[in-house]
Design a protein around this ligand. Structure first.
Ligand code: ATP
Length: 719
């Protein structure tokens, strides 16, 4: 099943006028409900673009209508063992938090409180229908990703460490937050208390576009554990309120907001790259380049995924709206496997031998995610968040519903489910007892079926032990082939990385430079973990911020060589591309020698890269207080390949007006015109510019402009 993508157009707010509305819902088929968003071509308003989604909700859609149509049907699937992910995506101020969290009044409650209400109601019903045979425990974790760091929202702010919580890849492929707390939640009242308190820890601030703008991505995980006898079924609903992308010229952001905004925009840019790569069927998806995309793992997780695209109907959001329409309409193509989580069995009674036999039990793997349960967050003296940040006001209406729950089993072990489960059927009557209470779930597995229960010589315990042994063997074999977790960083490396993070956070660098430093930091982190390909990509992404920096170029060269050698050792064809930005050797043939010639090789043959000197890009130039020498160039020369031109194209293809404006020779008008032009070319060529020659043909981008932008990158200073 594909990711379900629905669009929601928010109503006009105070001071917004009808005459400025440019986004409207439509239908592909007359008389049917809306599934198309129409928006004029910014270059020619008589033309209209149409984007088709699974459903489109207009300005009059209530919170209840959206929830009932899009989320409520999946609560049943959640209880059938499927993970459900719902995330809100859109530009700042388009209604993501309103959709996910909602307002104070009952009618204004958003997806999250309604989801919890539905979960508790269903839990109660299951317990009742099974006469207490099935118990349900609901537990919450709630965290935010702020400036690409993960913070537990259920823990006091004082407990935060500057670097936040690490992510860990589980053997089952899921990415989890290590050390995240988890709180059992009995009913909606419990939830309300936890959620409101946790939201006061979330970073929000006023921007020009939104008085309560979320400065972080917030992820709520609702874990549902159903226990029937010794069988345990666990599934998770994740509700994600992404921070909104923003154009800093429109938001009037000050320094702190700009840094946050850079992190938000970058993670959303990576998300759009992931969506692009998945929808193009590429093998390499850049999930690892941001924590948000790692956690979201779009198309990697099994279950059901719903993307809610929030839109503002106004002209002032025109380009931003086009951009998010482009990204989300591609997300529709992402396939998600609808597979239920495996049934888990509690540890059987203690005996190591069963009556009349000498079967030795093998150790069983622990239940996935148990490390998350109150693993404890190391308290740190330094709180990283200023106390005076504004928070979103929020309250949740409390239903008088109490779910019958019991404590979570303490010790559990994994077994395969007895047979492949059916996909949940939407037409399935809601009043039927859950599958978990049905007898077939307790049928013996294929292994135990060979041993007929009627055989007098083998007891039920023996059968169970044999099944368990078989399952353990399978799991042991599986875990051997599971990915090895990345090595822990040494103290020295951690110290250096933290020092680099402090440099970024201490506000001494302008925001553009901070963004560059962030890429360097990520590059170092990847490199230390041995993830050379990602490290290379990050160094390349840092390049536009430190143009012509010989050490950086040297590092890139060195890493490329290392990757090539690794690939050769592994018998991989080195002509295959490794990274998205640039995988070409630094010395290039010239595509159009008449106009474009080779940049002086000195610019590329950087100094010996010393492995621990990322900070030197900043430190060195700071101490000297002047810009490094510009790379030597033939007057008016530009090459059409190589890291500089690819960095330039990368900036152009980001379609981020503020980044493009940072290029030499590109003012706001040119940058806006260019982005506008790229957006309108989406249907033709994905709105991407592949070469500098092509770039020269874009509106306002004559040869001289491209040359100046290129020269700016080559000759630009460092601090
Ligand atoms: N469907 C809606 N009905 C009524 N008001 C809405 C609706 N959607 C959004 N709003 C209002 O619009 C404003 C911006 O919404 P919200 O804060 O949810 O945006 P956001 O997308 O979460 O922004 P950010 O990314 O900056 O956090 C708020 O005042 C909110 O109450």
């Amino acid at each position: 099943m594909s990711v379900r993508v629905v669009a929601r157009i928010r109503p006009l707010l105070e001071k917004e006028a009808d005459k400025d509305i440019i986004v409207r819902p439509a239908s592909n088929n007359d008389g049917e409900s809306s599934n198309v968003v129409k928006i004029p071509n910014p270059r020619n308003e008589s033309e209209e673009f149409s984007f088709t989604f699974n459903s489109v909700y207009d300005q009059s859609t209530t919170q209840e209508e959206l929830f009932t149509s899009e989320v409520a049907p999946h609560i049943k699937s959640l209880f059938l063992g499927l993970d459900v992910t719902i995330f809100a995506y859109g530009v700042t101020g388009t209604g993501k938090t309103h959709t996910m969290r909602g307002g104070l009044k009952l009618a204004d409650r958003g997806v999250i409180p309604r989801l919890l209400s539905g979960v508790f109601r269903r839990a109660k019903k299951i317990t009742k229908d099974s006469n207490g045979g099935t118990t349900v425990v609901v537990a919450l974790s709630y965290y935010e990703i702020y400036n690409d760091k993960v913070f537990d929202l259920l823990e006091p702010v004082e407990k935060r460490t500057p670097s936040g919580l690490p992510l860990r890849a589980e053997a089952n492929g899921k990415t989890v937050v290590a050390g995240l707390s988890e709180r059992p939640c009995q009913d909606l009242k419990d939830f309300e208390q936890l959620y409101i308190e946790a939201n006061t820890n979330r970073v929000t601030a006023a921007t020009k576009l939104n008085a309560h703008s979320s400065r972080s991505h917030a992820i709520l995980r609702v874990k549902v554990t159903q226990t029937t006898g010794d069988m345990v079924r666990e599934s998770t609903a994740s509700a994600i309120d992404l921070a909104g992308s923003e154009d800093n010229r429109r938001t009037d952001n000050g320094k702190e907001r700009l840094v946050e905004s850079a992190a938000i925009n970058k993670s959303l840019f990576v998300l759009s790259q992931c969506i692009d790569a998945i929808s193009r069927g590429e093998r390499r998806i850049p999930f690892r380049e941001s924590k948000m995309t790692r956690i979201l793992s779009l198309g990697q997780n099994n279950g059901i995924t719903i993307m809610i695209l929030n839109l503002a109907p106004l002209r002032s959001y025109h380009l931003d709206t086009l951009s998010s329409l482009n990204v989300s309409s591609r997300a529709k193509r992402i396939e998600v496997r609808e597979i239920e989580n495996e049934i888990v069995y509690k540890q059987p009674p203690r005996s190591t031998t069963t009556s009349g036999s000498n079967i030795t039990r093998q150790p069983l793997r622990p239940l996935a995610n148990v490390h998350n349960i109150n693993a404890g967050v190391a308290a740190a003296a330094a709180a990283s968040k200023p106390a005076d940040r504004p928070v979103k006001a929020f309250s949740v209406y409390t239903d008088k519903v109490k779910a019958a729950t019991t404590p979570r089993p303490a010790n559990t072990a994994v077994k395969r489910s007895p047979k492949p489960h059916k996909r949940p059927s939407d037409s399935d009557g809601g009043s039927r007892p859950s599958k978990i209470t049905r007898p077939e779930l307790v049928r013996p597995t294929a292994v135990s079926r060979q041993l007929k229960p009627s055989q007098p010589s083998i007891s039920a315990d023996q059968i169970e032990a044999m099944v368990e042994k078989k399952v353990s063997e399978i799991l042991a074999a599986r875990s051997q082939s599971a990915p090895v977790p990345p090595p822990e960083l040494s103290d020295e490396v951690k110290r250096r990385l933290e020092a680099l993070e402090r440099r970024i956070d201490d506000g001494r660098h302008d925001d553009t430079r901070s963004e560059g430093l962030r890429f360097l930091l990520m590059a170092r982190q990847h490199k230390e973990r041995g993830e050379n390909v990602s490290a290379l990509k990050m160094y390349e992404m840092a390049l536009p911020y430190f143009p012509g920096q010989s050490k950086l170029l040297g590092k890139i060269e060195k890493l490329r060589a290392r990757i090539a050698a690794d690939r050769e050792n592994a018998g991989i064809d080195n002509t295959e591309p490794v990274v998205a930005i640039s995988e070409k050797p630094i010395e290039k043939k010239v595509k159009n020698p008449g106009r474009w010639s080779r940049v002086d090789e000195d610019a590329f043959n950087g100094a010996e890269a010393d492995d621990d000197d990322d900070e030197s890009y900043v430190g060195k130039s700071k101490s000297k207080g002047k810009k490094p020498k510009a790379a030597k160039m033939d007057p008016g020369s530009v090459i059409d390949e190589g890291p500089i031109s690819e960095a330039l194209l990368d900036i152009i293809n980001s379609r981020d007006v503020s980044m493009i404006m940072g290029l030499q020779g590109l003012g706001p008008k040119k940058a806006r015109d260019l982005v506008q032009h790229l957006e309108t070319r989406w249907e033709e060529d994905g709105g991407r510019v592949e070469t500098l020659v092509q770039l020269r043909t874009m509106p306002g981008m004559g040869g001289r402009t491209v040359e100046r932008a290129y020269e700016g990158l080559v000759a630009g200073g460092v601090c």
